[in-house]
Design a protein around this ligand. Sequence first.
Ligand code: CU
Length: 160
Amino acid sequence: MSPVRLTLAAVLALASPLAAHAADHQVLMKNQGAGGAMMVFEPAFLQVSPGDTVHFVPTDPGHDIETIPGMLPAGAASLKGEPSKPYDVTFTTPGLYGVRCRPHYAMGMVGVVVVGGKPANLAQAQAVVTPGMAKARMDGLLAQAAAVTEPKAKTKKHKS
Ligand SMILES: [Cu+2]
């Protein structure tokens, strides 16, 4: 490679540091989780890096995914999938995203995605009141989010 082309490659690498390390993740939407719990996102807690894509897959029909109001980083777009349809999200804005399945919200079908390191909107998310069985699960997920201090270590798995 000539010195000129090497320089160009270096510039391009600097221009897209996130895309170069972007990873894919999968969250299943199920009637029953591996641990026996009913109506779950699996995994219900996920930490990803900015630029990563999460595929929400309705393993069982009847589930959807959308942002829980108040559990969204400032400036981030809210999420909204269609019932029984896969939904892909590429997360760019760091912070905490609380999600729910609308029909099964009160049954505890909630999840949390932390993008980057320690989420700046954690306290805001903790102040949101969640209904029924969602509360206990969300408390557990927010405790996991509170334990996040560092961005996720880079993995070797790259998007092909
Ligand atoms: Cu559901």
